[in-house]
Design a protein around this ligand. Structure first.
Ligand code: FES
Ligand SMILES: [Fe+2]
Length: 478
């Protein structure tokens, strides 16, 4: 693994760092060995231009995303454990598109969820089957996609004559660390090419040997990128989650951008630089606020002399994880116990490092560019046999996060995040400002996502133009 040294030019362009201790300085004080992957630094200046508002508000832009992104890109569909047996399948929907991801005797396959007779969706729910039979007239395929039954076949000699046209077409499938990805484009490169550095970075965290302890989704009244971008920076913490400022070093986050992945690491157990020196907190006060101890309550324990709240909380986290993670917790740094290590692979896949357990996914909600589905998975370590994956808890637009009790404390934080999203959509619909402005460093992960998105759309349009297709794709308005 090569370390990218931030150059003076990059530092200058990304602006002065937030005052206060840097993440790398915190690693210097870690009580345990720090893995090489956390020592990497890769700030990237991606320009300071505004991002066009139409990317969030325009129907035409949404259609471009469907045609040039969702039909072409690798995307996380499910975990392998969602389809453990031959015949298990899930229905993966993206925008108005739908795919079946099926475990077959030849491995996992994915098919457009459409009958080759008159087009009915083959499956409406996840499930298990011994064949793929359409509910309309009963055409049926084997799990591996060969047409095996046509009721009243005497009336379809022309189907018999074109067997290739009646074999289920396949989307590409790739598996990494227990995640099943599909790509509707049969000509796409391998998943490994798409994930790039991400795979090497996660070698130390082994997300394959985890199980889905919780899976909660919620409908959001905003474009999917508005929802996603709220989880791509810690800059919003001061205004959106002020209750955690005493122990979350928001503006001290380290933001790294590589070609195929990016990350934001936000230190925990350390106060926000935005609180300023005049509010200097003692380590004991930081610990009290982390434990949510009220002013008139005794703290459950006092810090030993010279002990920081960060190190004490990391030690407690090690003991919390020891029963399921074993003694490897003794090899893990305070950072891995305490910090938000939030990775992103384009366009919408967000696995977190260490034992943070979170994986986010954000998608358009059907063909509506003003509505999204946000999902949070908890991937937890386990001992013995892998427990079955948790069923998805589906929250509607008016269902509060707190009704999903499996999210614990995170539910309240999500509530605060979601509170902004519909308002951002509304604001963008009415603003006369043509672009959204992002910071150079703290919000550079969002800039990276938009840079790639722009490249994908541009490339797709160029390919469509070369193939003689109309560049502007519009199918109705909303
Ligand atoms: S549409 Fe599927 S069998 Fe007719
Ligand atoms: Fe947040």
């Amino acid at each position: 693994m090569t370390t990218t040294e931030p150059t003076d030019v990059t530092r200058q362009q990304t602006g002065a760092r937030s005052p206060g201790i840097t993440y790398q300085q915190m690693l210097d004080a870690d009580t345990h060995p720090v893995p090489d992957v956390l020592r990497l630094e890769s700030p990237r200046y991606l320009g300071s231009d505004d991002v066009p508002i139409e990317r969030y508000t325009s129907r035409e832009w949404h259609r471009k995303e469907v045609d040039h992104l969702w039909k072409k890109v690798w995307q996380f569909a499910c975990r392998e454990e969602h389809i453990p047996e031959v015949g298990d399948y899930i229905k993966y929907d993206i925008a108005e598109l739908s795919y079946l991801v099926v475990r077959t005797e030849e491995g996992i396959k994915a098919y457009p969820n459409a009958c080759l007779h008159r087009g009915r969706q083959l499956k409406e729910y996840d499930g298990h089957c011994s064949e793929i039979r359409c509910a309309f007239h009963g055409f049926a395929w084997t799990l591996t996609g060969e047409l095996q039954d046509v009721p009243a076949a005497w009336d379809f000699p022309h189907v018999d004559q074109r067997p290739d046209d009646f074999t289920l077409p396949e989307a590409r499938v790739g598996v990494w660390a227990g995640f099943v990805f599909i790509n509707p484009d049969p000509d796409a490169g391998p998943i490994e090419e798409h994930l790039g550095e991400l795979m090497e970075h996660f070698e130390v965290w082994d997300l394959e040997n985890r199980y889905v302890e919780a899976h909660v989704s919620r409908v959001i009244e905003a474009n999917w990128k508005i929802a996603q971008e709220a989880f791509c920076e810690a800059y919003h913490v001061n205004a959106t989650h002020p209750q955690i400022l005493t122990y979350l070093a928001d503006t001290n986050s380290q933001v790294d951008v590589w070609d195929h992945c990016s990350r934001v690491i936000t230190p925990g157990g350390s106060p926000s630089p935005l609180l300023g020196d005049e509010h200097g907190l003692s380590e004991q006060e930081i610990l009290r606020s982390m434990l949510d101890v009220r002013v008139d309550q005794e703290a459950p324990f006092e810090l030993a002399d010279g002990m920081t709240a960060r190190a004490a909380a990391a030690a407690a986290a090690r003991e919390r994880w020891r029963p399921v993670a074993g003694d490897r917790v003794d090899q893990m740094s305070d950072s891995e116990m305490m910090d938000s290590i939030d990775y992103t692979a384009f366009p919408n896949f967000h696995p977190w490092g260490a034992f943070n357990r979170i994986v986010y996914r954000f998608r358009p909600n059907g063909d509506d560019h003003r509505s999204a589905i946000m999902e949070c998975f908890f991937l937890s370590p386990f001992v013995g046999e892998r427990p079955p994956p948790a069923a998805e808890v589906k929250l509607g637009v008016d269902d509060p996060w707190v009704t999903a009790t499996e999210l614990g404390m995170l539910a309240k934080v999500f509530e605060q995040d979601v509170f902004n999203m519909a308002k951002v959509q509304k604001g963008l619909e009415t603003t006369s400002k043509p672009g959204a402005t992002f910071s150079n460093y703290q919000e550079s992960k969002i800039r990276w996502l938009h840079t790639l998105l722009g490249e994908w759309i541009e490339r797709g349009e160029a390919q469509a133009a070369a193939a003689g297709q109309p560049v502007e794709v519009s199918r109705g308005t909303k």
